[in-house]
Design a protein. Structure first.
Length: 463
């Protein structure tokens, strides 16, 4: 007997019967809206006066023609990728005591630092694992991460020299220990360099980024920026807090004047109490973040010099072409434990650096246990099996696959469960609306890094 689906396999109308269900998203333009099919992240920009016609035929046919390709693309991004990057902490210690750090203070003050032998042993384990899992000569990425990795400078540099043919190396540093010799070494070995600066003036920048004696390092960081600005594998992270959110448009000018090409304006993580206390209000953050994007475009239009705000560009790329993402935080499941993982100075393995210091998320130890088994452990599964469809209200959100409800470590710290929306939910929503406005105006290339559509891989440090 024929079923109703056999008799009426498709519908010419949206939101009825067997037709697709679309959500209409206001994007801040009077004459256009975005129409999104949330399950497949299919979308279209539609003139407001043509919405009824689009939902009764044209859009449905377009969706039906492309539905399978969208499904396969999202399925691969969400479940088909394998680990290809490591955030590697060679030391637990840091010479700075930033107010918002996501790592526990006791660890940063008195923690362990790897010897060159210990670091070499760890990299050997990782090299052997990736040789088994990655094919075609693909090199995994290994990012020396913080606390402050240059406190283990001798071990780190020895590891880079020994394993330079096995990994694409990067380092995320507060820049205070980056002298001319270190910069020359990192450049000679083509190591990606990420540093941190939080404001365009010493008075503002040193409020939250300071050493154990309460002194900042603004002048030193600016000197490093001036030396590295022309280096192609260089980026700067600005952690956005209540203290500096109002400086974001000025930061764009500051970076642009110095020739910096890639920055990230990262909202402070609320994993530790210090970060939560400094969290900016979502409406204030959205306002100044969008003003900064406006300013970046103004300067690009006037000079032809592009400043890519990478954490916005990633959202934009995820809409225009999902495989163009370079950061896998804003998709569900996130990249933690799935596309990358973190190794602590003790050799402990976590789904992401954000979980270091949280024992319940330790999957095992690189020196003592089998890495494939660690990546399948219960702590890892808690992260890799987290899906936006299981989160209220995210599962009913039109943009759930453009946002992904990050970050599970932060959400777990704030809400006591990972199955909750982000404390930055409103901000992420506004970023997506801004991205659709960029697309509506045909300005995507002004905001995206060159060659954005070529590959999906973790290439920027995220702290």
């Amino acid at each position: 007997m024929d079923t109703a689906r056999d008799l009426y396999p498709t519908s010419l109308y949206a939101n009825t019967g067997y037709g697709p269900s679309f959500a209409v998203l206001e994007i801040g333009l009077e004459d256009q809206v975005a129409v999104v099919e949330p399950d497949h992240a299919f979308w279209a920009l539609v003139r407001s006066d043509a919405l009824e016609a689009a939902l009764s035929g044209v859009l449905i046919r377009d969706f039906q023609e492309r539905q399978e390709s969208f499904r396969q693309e999202m399925e691969n991004l969400r479940y088909g990728l394998k680990p290809s990057a490591v955030y590697f902490n060679p030391t637990e210690r840091c010479n700075f005591n930033c107010s918002y750090c996501y790592l526990p203070e006791a660890m940063r003050r008195d923690g362990k630092t790897m010897t060159a032998e210990e670091l070499g042993d760890a990299l050997t384990h990782l090299r052997d694992y990736f040789r088994e899992t990655l094919s075609g000569g693909f090199k995994p990425q290994l990012i020396f991460h913080g606390s402050e990795p240059l406190l283990a400078r001798e071990a780190v540099f020895a590891g880079i020299e020994r394993f330079q043919n096995d990994f694409i190396f990067g380092i995320q540093t507060n820049a205070t220990l980056l002298d001319d010799e270190a910069i020359a070494f990192l450049k000679d070995h083509e190591v990606g360099i990420g540093i941190s600066l939080d404001a365009p003036t010493a008075e503002a920048a040193n409020l939250t980024r300071k050493n154990w004696h309460g002194a900042g390092a603004f002048d030193q960081v600016v000197r490093v920026i001036d030396k590295l600005a022309s280096y192609s594998a260089f980026n700067v992270i600005t952690t956005v807090t209540q203290k500096n959110v109002h400086t974001l448009p000025a930061m764009v000018d500051f970076y642009h004047e110095r020739g910096v090409r890639t920055v990230m304006f990262n909202p402070v993580r609320c994993t530790q109490a210090g970060g939560l206390q400094l969290k900016p209000a979502n409406d204030v953050l959205s306002d100044y973040f969008c003003r900064a994007l406006d300013r970046a475009y103004e300067l690009y239009a006037a000079t032809g010099q592009k400043l890519v705000v990478a954490n916005f560009a990633n959202i934009l790329a995820g809409i225009v072409g999902p495989t163009g993402r370079r950061l896998m935080c804003d998709i569900s499941p996130c990249g933690g434990g799935r596309c990358f993982f973190a190794v602590s100075a003790q050799g402990d393995v976590f789904p992401c650096s954000e979980f270091i210091g949280l024992e319940e998320f330790r999957g095992g130890n690189l020196y003592r246990e089998d890495l494939p088994a660690i990546l399948k452990s219960s702590p890892f599964q808690r992260v890799t099996e987290r899906k936006v469809e299981a989160i209220v209200p995210c599962r009913g959100c039109a943009i759930r696959h453009f946002c992904g409800a990050p970050c599970p470590a932060e959400i777990n710290a704030v809400s006591g469960t990972m199955d909750a929306p982000s404390p930055y939910c409103q901000f992420y929503e506004e970023k997506v609306r801004y991205a659709f406005r960029v697309i509506a105006r045909g300005l995507e290339e002004a905001y995206l890094w060159d060659g954005w559509e070529e590959e999906t891989e973790e290439t920027f440090c995220w702290v």
